[in-house]
Ligand binder design. Sequence first.
Ligand SMILES: Nc1ncnc2c1ncn2[C@@H]1O[C@H](COP(=O)(O)OP(=O)(O)OP(=O)(O)O)[C@@H](O)[C@H]1O
Ligand SMILES: [Mg+2]
Length: 359
Amino acid sequence: MLNKFFSRFSQNIAIDLGTATSLVYVQDKGIVINEPSVVAVNQKTGQILAIGAEAKKMVGRTPGYIVATRPLVDGVVSDFEVTEQMLKYFIERVRKGKFVLSLRPRVIVGIPYGVTEVEKKAVRDAAKNAGAGEVFLIEEPMAAAIGARLAVQEAGGNFIVDIGGGTTEVAVISLGGIVLAKSLRVAGDKLNEDIIRFAQEEYKLLIGERAAEQIKIGIGSACSLNSKSETDKKKDKKELPLRGRNLITGLPEEILVNEADIRSAMEGSVRQIVSAVKTTVEETPPELLADIMTKGIFLGGGGSLLRGLDILIQREVKMPTKIIEDPTTAVVRGAGMVLENIDKLSETLSGTEEIAPPR
Ligand SMILES: Nc1ncnc2c1ncn2[C@@H]1O[C@H](COP(=O)(O)OP(=O)(O)OP(=O)(O)O)[C@@H](O)[C@H]1O
Ligand SMILES: [Mg+2]
């Protein structure tokens, strides 16, 4: 009771620690932080020099002993200490100017589907050490579905695919719980790696991750959008320069790549994503499938923005497929909505200390 009383006065903060991007949502304020998940560390002293956008800027422009690390690999905490520092930095930034004695905030953190109890505890401890009062955890596909305003608590099925940087999570949700899910470590970053490998194998050109990502966003696609039309044929031939260093001569070089080249470089990974969707559909209980066939498949996460991916999934899985509104912020917005309506939505949480998991 007292707890409930106090919780009214503490701030509600939702955090999505992504492999690529971290977002923080504060009740009544909206998204207040949207920054790359990068931490710059001085390897000699172990000291953290910068976090987020500032750290990303330092990458490659600093002496060798200053390294940029990503505390999350494939969506899972790989470096506990750095993750804690990052959470601390976010929470403190949100609370700047607040009374020192004011109540500790209630924090909800999105976690990938299927993380172990040990990993959950690590995230919970990190958030507590970082200054959180109550800590809640929610599985990212659930948060994404809520952020997309799907009717997760109804008996009908909802099908959501969150394609992030490190992981693709496919989930079927019904009655406030995840009925079936798959998580694969193939997502946006793997596509960048595919492009890097392509440049290396085809042109002996060494390119950076940023260059690869720019090309992916610039001309990358999952399928030939309609190879019969003349305009698309032209688009297929649309070229962009790829700059890097020739591995043989050691000199800078620029080559031109077109949409078809990049598409075929990424084809294997794209196929893996599509096939995860397909197998999940095949394993979905028929009672839920009927619903999903009408509502369709919903795509979220930055990776869902790859041109033609929705069309390819729709074609391969034979179900209407849509990209949700504002796909990169759905997880943090959904998590925020749960915290604001905790009484009604507690069943969507992943086990917490405060509320027993609804199994
Ligand atoms: N327009 C676009 N076209 C293709 N890919 C894109 C586009 N915009 C962003 N991406 C990719 O989306 C990925 C990041 O997505 P998102 O921010 O959802 O990931 P994340 O939540 O940090 O990762 P995860 O959920 O795996 O931990 C990156 O690989 C990025 O290159
Ligand atoms: Mg994500």
